[in-house]
Unconditional design. Sequence first.
Length: 413
Amino acid sequence: MTRWAVAACDQFTQDGAYWDRVYRRTEGVPSASHIMLPEYYLGEGKAAVDTRIAAIDETMEEYIDGGVFDEYRDSAVLTERTYASGKKLSGIVAAVDLTQYDYNKGSGSPVRATEATILERIPPRVAIREGACIEMPHILILIDDPGMTVIEPLEAAAEKGAAPLYDFELMENGGRVKGFLLKNGRLLRKAFKTLSKLGDPETFRTKYSVGPEVPVLLLAVGDGNHSLATAKAIYERDPGEKTRYALAEIVNIHSPGIEFEPIHRVLMNVDPAAVKKAAIAYFGPDLVTGEAAADAAEAAEAETCHSLEFVSSSGKENWLISKKRHLLCVGALQEFIDRYLKTAPGAEIDYIHGEAETEGLASRDNCCGFLLPAMSKSDLFPTVIKYGALPRKTFSMGTAEEKRYYLECRKIR
């Protein structure tokens, strides 16, 4: 099982050595690595990617025909993840009804994206999913359950001695994961009944101090929104009972195992000095850089500014952006980056999990990066409810090693 479960496709997007280690370790054995496509390889070109996708589809069929999977009908899975740091996170792996999900801006659906969806990232994923016979989730969907009423009672029941469905170490410093089968019985029915109470309109309005015109947000997509959006696109093209659902893990945002990490930005094929000059021109007096920003960061005026760091081969320097530009630091910065990329032919952007990796990439020739502050997780539901989806790639739930590993699968045709 250690060689079966692997990190999500959208992790380590600039780290070929990571994926080389994974494939060396899983060579010749059944592994989720052989039925997924890391985004690292999307840059190989269409022909190479198509070849990889064809091999993935073929391997999926071989795994089903070869009896690699055990099948559990009418059930869910309670997961218990222990990270290398010692933090723990539990969740329920279940199928989500895609008719209740909408990622579009201004959506009022009960299952909703928390961040803006990058539409150009959907077609490559559709190309992978449309020929696939199974799906594997790295999607994490959040509930706002401060009373710990949905998942935590299942944890307590599991601790009373039920034999785990699986229990093993995850590769590449991923910690350990344990799973318990939840058949369609009393405990599972109670959990989903309690979950539905979180979406009671009156309870919702009181909890968030909003009026009756504000639609209920029950499930907020915290990780893997583009995978869920891909499943939705497939369903809209080919409506059916199997395509209507997508497998995901539901977790409580109040779990101590959830920590919001910033997603940093790296620009490639650019002149760092030109990027800085463009930022100064774009923000005007709303941007302070260098020593002045470092001094101001310690002063009272920093309360009115977002603080971030600009990284290049010349080192790091503090930047301050006035909060008048945007409610969130990442929002203000992304607006600048989007405009800059339109004026810089050949320039590219990548979204990086982890400060060290960002600094390493940003320090290369013709590159620069932005180290962003973390968002408070307690602000997520109120912000999305009142202001809509956040800017794309606003936050990450944990470091790259702490993202959900591919493990359980579901037949989709």
